[in-house]
Design a protein around this ligand. Structure first.
Ligand SMILES: Cc1cc2nc3c(=O)[nH]c(=O)nc-3n(C[C@H](O)[C@H](O)[C@H](O)COP(=O)(O)O)c2cc1C
Ligand SMILES: [Fe+2]
Ligand SMILES: [Fe+2]
Length: 394
C-alpha cells in the first residue's frame, strides 16, 4: 500500500497484514493487523519512527523510497524493540546507512541483542529533545512497561502528533488507516488493552499523567487505525479501564460456568439468584466465551467466585482450567471459592475445581454442588440456597 499523509510533516509508511489470525502466539487477530511506521519530513533532518515486522520490509522501504532517498534519513526512532517494530531494523540500516538509531536507555541492550552488533545508538531519556532543524523537534517520553521496559513515546510538537507504539493500538487491518474512516473496531481496541496493557495499569495511568498537557491532534499508534477524530477519547478509555473500581459497599460474587447442554448454566443462574437475594452483587460469566483479561480483572475486584463445569470425560473442561491456570499471580487470599456442575455418571469436575480453588488459597467451605443431568425444581432451589450461603460467607 502507498504512503498516507497523516499531517503536514508526517506520513504513514507502514505495512498491512490482513491475513494474520494469531499474534505473539497468545492473541487472536480476527481482522489481521497493521505495522504502522512513520516518516517525518517536516524538519531539515528526516526521521523514521519505528520499522515493521521483518517479512514486511519491502512494503515499508518502498513507501519510504516513494517519498525520500533512504540515505537522506538522519534518525530512526525505536519506540519499542519488540520484533514486530524492530524486526527489519538491521535491513533498514543497510539501506539508510546515515540513520542514527535513537532509543531509550533501557533499550540499548535490546537493540544490541536484536542486531547482534553495536550500533552506538543515541540514548535518550524522559523529556529529552531532538532538534530536527527548521524549527521542529522531537520530544521523548519514557513510558516504561507499556508494554516492555524499553517503551517510549515520541512527540512531534509542530503537528501535534504523538507516536505511542503499541499503546492505544489494536490488531485491526483496514487500508483506510484513520479511525474516522474505518468501521467500528472498539472490540479490537478493548481486546488489545485487555491482553497487552491490563497487567500494567499503574504504568498506563503514569503515562497518561505525562502526556496530559500535550497538545495532541493525532495519536499515531503502531497497530491499527491512526487516531485523529477524538484522540483523547481513546486515552480516556485506557484511563477508566486502569482505575481501581470504587468500592460499592456491596459484596461482589462472580459465577463462572462452562456448560455444553445448559444444565450447569441453569445451576449458575440459580446460584446467582440466591446470592442476589442475600444482597450480593453478582455477575454470571460463561468462561468459554468471555475474554480472559476481563475475567481476571473482575476476579481481582471480587469477594468470591463460584466456578461450575459439566463433567466431560472425567474432568472439568478446558476453558475452566484455562481460567484457573491464570490466577496464580492474583492476590486471592480471603476470597471465597465454591464449585458446582451437572454430570452424568461420575461427576468429577466440581470436586477437581474445589481442590484447585483450595490450592489457590481461596476459602472453600461449601461442599461442591453436584446435580445429576437436568436439574429438577428442587435442585434449582438447592442451588439458590447454595448461592445464599456463599453470599453470607463473603
Ligand atoms: C463427550 C461427553 C463426555 C462425558 N463424560 C462424562 C464423565 O466422564 N462423567 C460424567 O459424570 N458425565 C459425563 N458426561 C455427561 C455430562 O456431564 C452431562 O451430560 C451433563 O449434564 C452436562 O452438563 P451441561 O448441560 O452443563 O453441559 C459426558 C458428556 C459428554 C457429551
Ligand atoms: Fe509490543
Ligand atoms: Fe506491537
Amino acid at each position: 500500500m502507498l504512503p498516507v499523509k497523516v499531517s503536514e510533516g508526517v506520513h504513514w509508511v507502514g505495512a498491512l497484514d490482513p491475513q494474520l489470525r494469531v499474534f505473539d502466539i497468545i492473541m487472536k487477530a480476527d481482522h489481521g493487523t497493521t505495522y504502522n511506521a512513520y516518516l517525518i519530513t517536516g524538519g531539515d533532518k528526516i526521521a523514521v519512527v519505528d520499522t515493521v515486522k521483518a517479512p514486511f520490509y519491502e512494503d515499508f522501504i518502498a513507501n519510504i523510497r516513494s517519498l525520500v532517498d533512504p540515505r537522506d534519513i538522519a534518525y530512526v526512532i525505536v519506540n519499542h524493540t519488540e520484533p514486530d517494530h524492530s524486526g527489519s531494523l538491521a535491513r533498514f540500516l543497510e539501506d539508510a546507512p546515515n540513520a542514527k538509531v535513537v532509543c531509550d536507555r533501557q533499550c540499548k541492550n535490546f537493540v544490541k541483542n536484536i542486531l547482534n552488533r553495536d550500533v552506538d545508538p543515541m540514548l535518550v531519556q524522559d523529556g529529552d529533545v531532538l532538534d530536527l532543524g527548521g524549527g521542529t523537534e522531537l520530544r521523548f517520553i519514557h513510558a516504561p512497561f507499556l508494554h516492555w521496559p524499553d517503551t517510549m513515546f515520541t512527540y512531534y510538537g509542530k503537528d501535534g502528533v504523538l507516536f505511542t507504539c503499541d499503546f492505544l493500538g489494536a490488531h485491526y487491518c483496514d487500508d483506510r488507516i484513520f479511525d474516522d474512516l474505518v468501521n467500528d473496531y472498539s472490540h479490537a481496541f478493548e481486546y488489545y488493552y485487555l491482553v497487552i496493557f491490563r497487567p500494567f495499569k499503574k504504568h498506563v495511568l503514569e503515562a497518561i499523567e505525562k502526556i496530559k498537557d500535550l497538545e495532541i491532534k493525532v495519536i499515531a499508534t503502531s497497530h491499527g487505525p491512526v487516531l485523529r477524530s477524538d484522540p483523547w477519547s481513546y486515552v480516556e478509555k485506557y484511563r477508566s479501564w486502569s482505575l481501581k473500581p470504587e468500592p460499592t459497599g456491596q459484596k461482589n460474587l462472580l459465577v463462572f460456568y462452562a456448560s455444553a447442554y445448559g444444565n450447569t448454566a441453569a445451576l449458575a443462574e440459580s446460584i446467582a439468584r440466591g446470592a442476589r437475594e442475600d444482597g450480593a452483587r453478582v455477575t454470571v460469566m460463561d468462561v468459554a466465551s468471555t475474554e480472559l483479561g476481563l475475567m481476571i480483572d473482575r476476579i481481582e475486584a471480587a469477594d468470591g467466585i463460584a466456578v461450575g463445569s459439566a463433567t466431560i470425560n472425567g474432568d472439568a473442561v478446558e476453558p475452566v482450567w484455562y481460567l484457573l491456570s491464570h490466577l496464580a499471580t492474583l492476590n486471592l487470599k480471603g476470597k471465597v471459592g465454591a464449585s458446582f456442575g451437572s454430570y452424568g455418571w461420575s461427576g468429577e469436575a466440581p470436586k477437581l475445581i474445589a481442590e484447585r480453588l483450595k490450592g489457590l488459597k481461596l476459602k472453600v467451605e461449601e461442599e461442591p454442588l453436584r446435580v445429576n443431568l437436568v436439574p429438577t425444581a428442587e435442585d434449582l432451589r438447592e442451588a439458590e440456597e447454595f448461592g445464599r450461603r456463599i453470599a453470607r460467607s463473603l
